[in-house]
Write a protein that binds this ligand. Structure first.
Ligand code: SAM
Length: 253
């Protein structure tokens, strides 16, 4: 019923049915010990990761840099009776955008919009550029109007939110031959979702641009993507709502 009342997602429904029929195990069993140990072996913290990219880097904590935006964001979500997760990689995103002097940014996966907030706060401070975000609501979710809700209206002028699945939105962007300075992938976390999307996002990145991929410990997609493109990634150990996770950073030479 959820899909049927959303005609823009009919194609995605077909993909979900095909992937359900083809799958060999339940997605929750797809935890990959190999991916976790690869991450642990190679990881550093956010500050060290940024210093590897730029040795003169001064780490900025988004919460300290923009306390009002963060406080207002939490105020918006505190009354909700659903939970779409924590703040994600807001400081890392902000720092990478600043390092790149990014003007054209693409992200997949919005939910409350913490990552969008961090990137839009950067663009707003620079007074230039734009952010394209792609998000298809989680199956069964009834609160689509809350997607991106922590982003205040004062930051929305530079924002284009595409409410479609990656598999419809990304090819449409590729057709436009757009090029981005920074891409942040935080939508479909399955192996198939990532291994399909990452090379496509990579192809939209300009030279010296940066691709960030969240939750790379879930499966081997990011590792396999890096191997196929001969990328030596930076792996960041970080925390979301106090749960340890790993984020991958790939620099395009
Ligand atoms: C982890 S949340 C994103 C969190 C966000 N980046 C932040 O920092 O607040 C993942 C989001 O991706 C969306 N999503 C999941 N699968 C998707 C797909 N195939 N295409 C587009 N969006 C998808 C979910 O509905 C959810 O809103």
């Amino acid at each position: 019923m959820w899909f049927l009342s959303r005609p823009s997602l009919y194609k995605q429904l077909m993909r979900e049915i095909i992937s359900f029929v083809k799958r060999k195990e339940h997605p929750t069993l797809s935890y990959s010990e190999e991916a976790v140990s690869w991450c642990i072996k190679n990881a550093c913290d956010e500050e060290k990761a940024l210093l590897r990219i730029d040795p003169s880097w001064n780490f900025l904590d988004f919460n300290q840099e923009f306390p009002k935006l963060v406080k207002d964001g939490f105020k918006v979500i505190e009354s909700f009776n659903f939970n779409w997760g924590g703040q994600g990689n807001i400081s890392l995103n902000y720092c990478l955008a600043k390092h790149l002097q990014a003007e054209r940014i693409l992200e997949t996966g919005v939910a409350y919009g913490w990552s969008s907030l961090s990137l839009l706060a950067y663009l707003n401070r620079m007074n230039r550029g734009s952010l394209v975000s792609i998000d298809m609501p989680f199956w069964g979710t009834q609160h689509e109007d809350k997607i991106g809700c922590v982003v205040p209206s004062s930051l929305r002028d530079r924002w284009k939110l595409i409410r479609l699945p990656d598999r419809d939105a990304i090819p449409a962007l590729l057709k436009k031959n757009l090029s981005f300075d920074l891409c942040h992938y935080d939508s479909d976390k399955s192996y198939q979702g990532k291994i399909w999307a990452l090379p496509r996002l990579w192809s939209t990145l300009r030279e010296k641009g940066i691709l960030v991929c969240d939750d790379i410990n879930d499966n081997l997609a990011f590792k396999h993507f890096c191997e196929s493109e001969m990328i030596d990634p930076i792996i960041v150990k970080t925390y979301d709502s106090q749960v340890q996770k790993f984020v991958g950073i790939a620099l395009k030479n």
